[in-house]
Design a protein around this ligand. Structure first.
Ligand code: 5GP
Length: 171
């Protein structure tokens, strides 16, 4: 498989520093819960958390929507729920990528029923052209073309998550 670099490690680091500063300013005086969406969120969450200068708790949810395929199956299944209660808390959901918006729409709706003080979403990558579900994403790292990408947490059948950059996967 051919890896065509799309975003360098430096570009990613620089953008995360900007987002961290913006989030720090927006939530000044408040405590946050960062809720990572496993598994792809892990490098992004880890770098973003360290660029936010606020008290925070960190927890994770896991859903399955792709089942190892390169196109969306259209079904979302809950695999792991968060452990920290979010009622009355400021929650920032941390996604690796928003594609059709199906997963995020499902998660937003579900988490809202748990009555957080506020709920916002950050996604490192956003495939604008692929969106079929209109769902707000408050903090976007990069808008990218509608191609299958790997690296920096994103996988193809569990491979490539350790790449320090984001690449388009081609033949
Ligand atoms: P959505 O529900 O928005 O269609 O898809 C969200 C999930 O699909 C992401 O959290 C991610 O796991 C997976 N996904 C969507 N696009 C890509 C991609 O280009 N590369 C990889 N590796 N996963 C993707």
């Amino acid at each position: 498989m051919l890896l065509k670099p799309l975003l360098t490690a430096d570009q990613i680091a620089q953008r995360i520093a900007e987002l961290g500063a913006q989030i720090t300013a927006d939530y000044q005086g408040q405590e946050l819960i960062l809720l990572g969406v496993l598994k792809g969120c892990h490098p992004y969450l880890s770098d973003l958390a360290r660029s936010i200068d606020l008290p925070m708790q960190i927890d994770y949810v896991q859903v399955a929507s792709y089942h190892g395929q390169q196109i969306s199956s259209g079904a979302v299944r809950f695999k792991r729920d968060h452990e920290i209660p979010i009622e009355g808390k400021h929650v920032l959901l941390v996604e690796d990528i928003v594609d059709t918006g199906l997963t995020l729409g499902y998660l937003r709706e579900l988490l809202e029923t748990r009555q957080p003080a506020s709920l916002a979403v950050t996604a490192l990558l956003n495939k604008v052209e692929a969106r079929t579900h209109d769902v707000p994403v408050e903090y976007i790292g990069f808008d990218i073309p509608n191609r299958f990408v790997v690296g920096y947490g994103l996988d193809d059948e569990e491979r490539y998550r350790n790449l320090p950059y984001v690449a388009v996967l081609g033949d």
